[in-house]
Design a protein around this ligand. Structure first.
Ligand code: NDP
Ligand code: OXD
Length: 306
């Protein structure tokens, strides 16, 4: 019984040290160095190379090293074993605070004052009065974000596959619900998982239903957004600002038009980074469960893709 860490291109020392506090370091292997393929029964994975998990005869459980599983499910050769993900209240708090900060950035016109500073311009303007936030996705992260925004006095609506009963949050489902939410959202936050149904959901048709001057905050996946539609709507002034944390290609290529586009505020996929300190206990719990042939916690449903 051993764990494979298959997380290419990232420094892993901190993670390995933390895992080694709970399990024998000899039982931790880092892809592509796998001395005994038969020993690996659990894989901890983030943006792995497609096909790199399919030659492990004892593999009985895979855990994402993040909240999302889209990059794992994108592997057409993925072994048919249970797939778990990180569900961490700390991660959800970080996301909620990030989204709230982006909204405040817009409300308080901080981008405008930053530009004014560069030309020593003193030109006061009151905060925007925008109050209505629509959140696409009311799961772990969407609910935490909705709670914080309600506490901060925003009017919050959420859209999800199933109806939710959350205090002071208007819950919508289906196409009609989406239209209702879009037409009233001064701030549109995307916190959906990336699935066949949600790909390109931030398209021209949907984004153009937002009120004039709305802001869009995409903290889910780059594939949710139609990049050209966003640029068209920013240039026409229909959308005032887009806060983008995630992109189809990451790192965002230097030549990408988003870098130069007025009205786009870019952050490098940092809205809710998995915290080794808080995530490791659930990874270890799932490793022990796989060893004991028990079901893992926080498994996703492969059929729905989240
Ligand atoms: P959850 O699985 O907990 O929640 C997903 C939500 O989306 C649920 O409310 C679900 O509805 C809803 N949903 C799914 N499909 C549809 C659909 N077709 N129509 C309407 N609603 C739908 O996910 P999390 O909240 O944990 O995370 C969301 C995403 O955030 C992740 O998948 C990941 O891509 C992204 N993320 C980004 C990070 C970053 O740093 N930028 C960090 C962490 C995550 P229902 O509840 O009814 O099932
Ligand atoms: C995640 C992410 O899904 O960081 O956890 O994007």
């Amino acid at each position: 019984m051993a764990m494979l860490i298959n997380i290419p291109g990232r420094p892993l020392n901190k993670l390995i040290n933390k895992l080694s506090e709970y399990i024998n370091p000899d039982d931790i292997h880092v892809w592509p160095n796998v001395p005994d393929k038969n020993a690996i029964n659990f894989a901890l994975v983030w943006k792995h190379q497609a096909g790199s998990l399919n030659d492990l005869p004892s593999l009985a459980g895979i855990s994402s090293f993040g909240a999302g599983v889209d990059s794992i499910l994108a592997d057409s050769e993925l072994p048919n074993v249970p797939l778990a993900r990180i569900v961490d209240p700390d991660l959800a708090d970080n996301m909620a605070n990030f989204v709230y900060t982006m909204i405040q950035h817009h409300k308080l016109r901080l981008a405008q004052f930053g530009q004014q500073q560069s030309s020593a311009t003193w030109k006061p303007k009151s905060p925007r009065r925008n109050k209505h936030v629509g959140i696409l996705g009311l799961g772990q992260l969407g609910q935490a974000t909705a709670r914080l925004l309600v506490q901060q006095g925003f009017t919050v609506s959420g859209w999800s596959a199933s109806k939710k009963a959350l205090p002071n949050v208007f819950s919508y489902t289906g196409e009609e619900g989406l239209t209702t939410l879009l037409t009233q959202s001064d701030y549109l936050v995307c916190l959906l998982p990336l699935t066949a149904q949600t790909t390109n959901i931030l398209n021209y048709n949907n984004l153009s239903q937002l009120p004039q001057g709305a802001a869009v905050i995409n903290v889910a996946r780059g594939e949710h957004l139609d990049d050209d539609a966003l640029i068209t709507l920013l240039n026409s002034g229909h959308i005032d600002t887009a806060y983008l944390d995630v992109f189809k290609q990451e790192p965002l290529p230097k030549e990408h038009k988003f870098w130069q586009q007025k009205g786009i505020f870019i952050t490098p996929h940092v809205s809710a980074v998995t915290n080794v300190e808080t995530a490791v206990s659930q990874i270890i719990e799932n490793y022990h469960r796989v060893n004991a042939e028990q079901p893992m916690l926080n498994c996703i449903d492969r059929e729905s893709g989240y």
